[in-house]
Ligand binder design. Structure first.
Ligand code: ADP
Length: 261
């Protein structure tokens, strides 16, 4: 890869605005995700973090602004046709309840590849092991699993790829509140898994949105702070403790007074 390719953002949002029912949710947001990066978007609830993720992967159309994926400008309806593989891990796992774990994890390959069933089953087993699950779980239904297991299954689905199609390799994973509702130990395990999937090459870069401090500290290389629809600060994890940005101070110290309403 050339230096310029490394420096070019994998995903870039320029001047993104989005309103719902006349209320501005995102107000001229500029954001870049680079190669080999762990980006965490933080901010209070209802500040537009999920909306940013959905815009990044083409699920939501901005009212204004431009989205570039893999250097190419993305237009409405391009979600299934991006030059970069982007996988989304939804907050509630979003598994198909009527399908087995194997059918859930292998879903894209069953639908869109010509691979034989046996090969897909092997790939599913491989991915289940990568996320720390017993491959025997493949035969179970989502309702039979614990919340933590369901979450891992959704991670396995996100890293699934077609070995016959190199373009299919998931390069970016977007995690929507991956530790919401988990106890502190389960949160740590999930945070370690998110880092591990990147370190072992299952994805090139990832974006996590969260307001949970452990998740910020344990998964981020770079942190972007969003509040009232605008980017208020960007920096590294160590800079969180040393910067005097009033939004960062208020958020991380949990103060009720300050610029965050
Ligand atoms: P966050 O992830 O920071 O909690 P969201 O992006 O989920 O914030 O939502 C920001 C605001 O936009 C909220 O007030 C939410 O109610 C509103 N919103 C998000 N999606 C929709 C939608 N599809 N229709 C109407 N309002 C929405």
């Amino acid at each position: 890869m050339t230096d310029s390719a490394v420096r070019e953002p994998l995903i870039e949002l320029r001047g993104i605005c989005k309103s719902y029912n006349g209320k501005a949710v995102l107000d001229h947001v500029d954001l870049q995700l680079f190669h080999d990066e762990a980006l965490v978007i933080v901010g209070p609830s209802g500040t537009g973090k999920s909306t940013i993720l959905r815009i990044m992967c083409g699920l939501t159309e901005p009212d204004e602004g431009e989205v570039f994926v893999g250097g190419q400008k993305v237009s409405a309806g391009d979600a299934g046709n991006l030059s970069l593989q982007i996988a989304m891990v939804f907050q509630q796992a979003a598994l198909f309840d009527s399908l087995t774990v194997e059918q859930n994890v292998g879903f894209m390959l069953y639908e869109h590849s010509k691979l034989p069933r046996k090969r897909i089953q092997e790939l599913v087993q491989e991915k289940l092991k990568l996320v720390g699950l017993d491959p025997a779980i493949a035969r179970q239904m989502p309702a039979e699993l614990s919340g933590g297991q369901r979450k891992r299954v959704s991670f396995a689905r996100a890293i699934m790829e077609d070995p016959a199609n190199p373009d299919d390799d998931p390069q970016v994973i977007l995690y929507d509140e991956p530790t919401a509702g988990l106890d502190p130990i389960a949160s740590t395990v999930t945070e370690q898994l998110i880092r591990q999937l990147k370190d072992q090459g299952s994805c090139d870069s990832f974006v996590v949105i969260t307001h949970q401090e452990s998740t910020i500290r344990n998964t981020a290389d770079r942190v972007v702070m969003l509040s009232q629809g605008k980017v208020r600060w960007q920096g590294t994890v160590p800079q969180i403790d040393t910067c005097d940005n009033p939004y960062v101070r208020q958020f991380f110290e949990g103060k009720t007074t300050g610029p965050i309403k």
